[in-house]
Design a protein around this ligand. Structure first.
Ligand code: HEC
Length: 213
């Protein structure tokens, strides 16, 4: 081979390698970005429920009157992919949550609720919202609301306190009677642990009180 054709061959080779590297670099540069966005959007959703919590929702009615409404509004970002909140807003994946607290369950006109929600009946009392938002599928079997739930009692109190403001005439705060009834129904962790110790069946460790209450 002449020196000339060697040079041409080398040039072609270098061009080829450069092109391959270029492609490789492009791959490397594009993929981390795809990953980055995925990780962020996945993180947003299950964050609240990621930590293992107690076996049932804690009572929260006593927290609602003094709950942080601004925090509740911030927390509603976790709901906003599926819910609008303001009067006259259209439904999204879920119904618009204006006029919810104290109103009929599954009662927003123009939304096709699940059978589970339709069958549930009654109104959205504070106590029921606490249970539903703790773990929607546990409180309304068959619900279409695919949301893991808010595991922190203060978070549920804050968002319910904020939801309460979303209507023309917000309902009264929980009464002492309602607060007492809820506290009795949802025995605090200490009592629950004592009960569990008396009947050591379900495979959960009764000795360690969850959550450090
Ligand atoms: C992935 C979508 C999704 C997310 C996220 C979500 N919801 Fe829902 N939600 C729904 C759907 C769908 C329904 C209707 C449930 C049914 O018909 O069973 C619903 C129903 C409800 C209801 C009952 C409304 C009524 O008219 O009876 C309340 C209250 C509610 N959601 C509150 C919330 C709150 C508060 C959050 C955030 C903490 C939230 N949801 C997050 C989809 C969602």
């Amino acid at each position: 081979m002449s020196l000339e054709s060697n040079k041409i061959f080398a040039a072609v080779l270098v061009a080829g390698i450069t092109a391959m590297l270029g492609g490789f670099v492009a791959e490397v540069m594009i993929h981390p970005h795809e990953l980055e966005t995925d990780v962020v959007s996945i993180e947003g959703a299950p964050e609240e429920g990621a930590a293992a919590g107690p076996a049932g929702p804690e009572p929260i009615l006593h927290l609602i009157a003094t709950a942080d409404i601004a925090k509740g509004e911030k927390l509603s970002k976790a709901c906003a992919s599926c819910h609008n909140f303001q009067k006259g807003d259209p439904a999204k994946i879920g119904p618009t949550l204006w006029d919810t607290v104290g109103h009929k369950k599954g009662g927003h006109a123009g939304f096709a609720y699940s059978e589970g929600m339709t069958a549930k009946g009654g109104t959205w009392t504070y106590a029921d919202l606490n249970k539903f938002l703790w773990k929607p599928k546990a409180f309304v079997p068959g619900t279409k609301m695919s949301f893991i739930g808010l595991k922190k009692p203060e978070d549920r109190a804050a968002i319910i306190a904020w939801l309460r403001t979303l209507e023309d005439s917000p309902p009264p705060m929980p009464s002492q009677g309602e607060i007492d009834a809820e506290a009795k129904e949802l025995a605090p962790p200490a009592e629950a642990a004592a009960d569990a110790a008396a009947v050591p069946a379900e495979g959960e460790k009764p000795a360690e009180a969850p959550n450090g209450h």
